[in-house]
Structure formats: C-alpha cells, structure tokens
Design a protein around this ligand. Structure first.
Ligand SMILES: [Zn+2]
Length: 281
C-alpha cells in the first residue's frame, strides 16, 4: 500500500536516476491504465525526463516538451526502474518507458484488480486535473495548521485518510500516526483539545518524516516489489504495544484493518469489531 513516504522515496530514487534521460519508446500494455488519449502516449517519445515529483500519493513525471505523466499507484501499483526490457509475459506491466541508457521505467501492478492509472497531460492542464485539483495540503514536510480540519465532527481515522483534507496518508500510516499521538481512531476531530491537536500535527510530521529517513537508509534501486515498511502498530494486532506493552488490538473492515493500543489510545476500551458484529447479526 504505497503512501506518502513510499511514493516520496520512489520519486527521489527514480527521479535522480532518470533525470535528463530521453524516452526512446513508450507503451501502455495495461488495457485500462492510460486514461488519456490526447496527446497520444507516443508524444513522450524523444522527450527527456526533467524530474519526478510527488503530490500526495501521486507521481508527476515532468518532460521537457511541456508534457507530464501523472501516475497513481492506487493500492497495488509500483513504479520501478529496471536494467532490462520487460518480458512480454509480465502481466503486471501497465506502463513501460524505455529510456536512452537502456533502462526501463515501469508502472507495475500486483493483485487481480487493474486500478493504477496514468494520464499524459499538457503542463498547463495539470493543475486542473481532477485528482490533483481535489487534493488537500500536503501532510509532509510541514502540514499547515490542522485547525480547519479540526472543526469537523469526523472520526480521526477517516478524516486523516481523506485526500481532500490532507494529502498522502493512507491505511497503514494513519494507525502509526494516531498511536504516536495517543488518540483514538474514532475520536472526532472537533473534540480534540488544543494540546491533542498539536500532538496530532507533530505525529503526522514525525511519523512520515521518520519513515522517509528510514527508507533513505535502507532502500536503493532497484526498488523491491514489496517495500519493507517500518510499521510498529499497523497489522501488528496481537503483538505488544511498542510504548506500553499492552496487546495491540484491531478492528477489521471489509478491505482493511485498523490497529490501535487500548491503553495508549482508548482509555482501555476495546473498539467494536465490525467484522464480528456483522457475523453475529
Ligand atoms: Zn500502548
């Protein structure tokens, strides 16, 4: 599940390795991956990559011909750089950019669903692109005052993952951030005290920043299919809390799991397990 830290380290590593490289050929083998048709993908051929940046959980691959590729990994995509050409049998490939040093930039997607997408946009269209235009302020390096979001009577777990509110946080890092801030995932934003709100802001910055610093030390090209994420709470239910030693608990939803420490976050209360209550109905 690539979120802000994973996209950031990927943009840094692949961006510096491909800056100035010219695209020799471009292909989009995934039938659904390329969401635009004008300009055609072939318009990237011959252009040089000037840089790769991150906005929220998206990549912007900037070219020197006033075009940019906007790439969204969704839940199972990866952007990777390989020394060789993809095998025609590789069913994970969604976008292949062959650059002039013989390497290949690939958008790959694992799992059964095809959700990752690419748009080729003119630079002057980029700002108006609907996904980018809907993004809230960046969660890192310095989130703005959280004050506007704190007026909403929304549970923190959902609000922090809402890309329109704050861009970059997903299901993994939200658990780490709320644990760091010692706040219940179900606590409503509008009920936070000033001190809690400041703790939350600091937890957002420190957890995301620490993860990026960790990746800077541990990740190199080629970026592995599965990044070893330095998570201490998410999907660690049943294990001891790294702060207090209590057993971490989880609430299971249809397609994700929310983990927390009852002692550190919910005054010892166990949150209702939605999966269990659905089975008992
Ligand atoms: Zn704890």
């Amino acid at each position: 599940m690539p979120e802000l830290p994973e996209v950031e380290i990927t943009a840094r590593l692949i961006g510096s390795a491909t800056a100035g490289r010219r695209i020799e050929s471009a292909m989009a083998p995934g039938v659904n991956a390329l969401k635009t048709y004008d300009p055609p993908l072939s318009a990237t051929e011959g252009a040089a990559i000037t840089g790769i940046s991150r906005r929220g959980k998206l990549f912007v691959v900037a070219l020197d011909n006033e075009l940019s590729l906007l790439i969204h990994l969704m839940s199972a995509g990866r952007l990777q750089l390989f020394d060789n050409r993809a095998s025609p049998r590789d069913r994970t490939s969604r976008l292949l950019l062959r650059v002039d040093d013989g390497r290949e930039l690939r958008l790959r997607e694992f799992g059964t669903k095809q959700r990752a997408w690419v748009k080729l946009l003119r630079d002057d269209e980029l700002g108006a692109e609907e996904t980018l235009a809907a993004l809230g302020p960046e969660a890192w390096p310095a989130p703005p005052s959280l004050q506007p979001l704190l007026d909403a009577p929304r549970p923190l777990h959902g609000m922090l993952r809402d890309q329109r509110v704050l861009a970059g946080i997903g299901r993994s890092w939200v658990d780490e951030i709320l644990h760091e801030a010692m706040l219940s995932p179900f606590k409503r934003a509008s009920e936070l005290t000033d001190a809690e709100a400041e703790r939350l802001r600091q937890a957002v910055v420190s957890k995301l920043g620490d993860a990026i610093a960790h990746y800077e030390q541990t990740i190199a090209l080629p970026i592995p299919d599965k990044l070893p994420m330095p998570l201490t709470v998410h999907r660690r239910n049943g294990e001891p809390c790294p702060r207090c030693g209590d057993t971490l608990e989880a609430v299971f939803y249809e397609d994700y799991v929310m983990c927390y420490c009852p002692t550190c976050q919910t005054d010892g209360k166990l949150l209702k397990d939605r999966r269990l209550s659905r089975l008992l109905k």
